[in-house]
Design a binder for this molecule. Structure first.
Ligand code: MG
Ligand code: MG
Length: 248
């Protein structure tokens, strides 16, 4: 799990710095597939229920599952969510980040910051003996206190020898419910946050989920193992990205 997720983190880190005005989402996808295969892994999304690409690239009001295309040219002021899964030596890794393209407005920066922080808050609840919905509750509380909303239709998931395993991990709910967390469980925690209303719809391509009200959406995801001494962020991209805020 460490090896698969380390590769995911390395690819995402490279893609983050490749995002710029004029780059297409197909460019990002081609670079990602090359890095995944060079790393001895296979793309986990490509062919999954017919999905055609290595990455999900979701721009602006797209929430998740956007399909990379040479026609989608990133422009100054956009935001793009990049989600990648790989399979390496029988194990899966999964992580996502939302990246600003050029300069984005202050409120958009706030959306990205709050979504990333909500993931950190959720991860801080990953501990032996904790309950799964403590993670969900922490995400929702952080997001809604800052005037944004949590998407309900898509959830995080367990991960291991399959890309999607039990349990499902909603980004909302009361604390103290669901399975007890035990050492060795691995969770893909992935808040999806809208600037406006939380309702989403899927476009005619059968994949791309967008906010119904057209408001911007952000998505961050880490694969996290329940360690004896707390969360192990297997997809941490840098030292600072792996630091979980201790303050409540
Ligand atoms: Mg993902
Ligand atoms: Mg996932």
């Amino acid at each position: 799990m460490r090896a698969a997720n380390r590769l995911v983190a390395q690819v995402l880190e490279a893609l983050e710095s490749a995002v710029a005005p004029g780059v297409t989402t197909a460019d990002l996808d081609a670079a990602a597939e090359r890095m995944v295969r060079d790393g001895g892994a296979v793309p986990a999304f490509k062919g999954y229920r017919g999905f055609p690409a290595t990455l999900c690239t979701s721009v602006n009001a797209q929430v998740v599952h956007g399909i990379p295309s040479p026609k989608v040219v990133l422009a100054d002021g956009d935001i793009v969510s990049i989600d990648i899964g790989v399979k390496l030596d029988g194990f899966y890794g999964d992580s996502a980040v939302t990246v600003p393209v050029g300069v984005v407005p202050a409120r958009t920066q706030e959306l990205l910051k709050v979504t990333r922080e909500s993931l950190e808050r959720g991860i801080a609840e990953v501990k032996v003996g904790g309950r799964l919905s403590d993670v969900s509750h922490a995400v929702q509380k952080w997001v809604e206190a800052r005037g944004f909303s949590v998407v309900r239709e898509f959830v995080g998931h367990g991960i291991g020898e399959q890309l999607h395993e039990e349990p499902t991990i909603p980004n909302f709910g009361q604390p103290g419910r669901g399975p007890k967390l035990a050492a060795g469980m691995v969770l893909a925690i992935e808040p999806m946050v809208a600037m406006g209303r939380p309702e989403v719809k899927v476009l005619g391509d059968g994949w791309t989920a967008v906010t119904k009200d057209g408001s911007l959406a952000a998505h961050f995801e880490h694969t996290v193992a329940v360690g004896e001494d707390g969360p192990l962020i297997l997809t941490a991209r840098t030292v600072s990205a792996g630091v979980v805020a201790a303050a409540r």
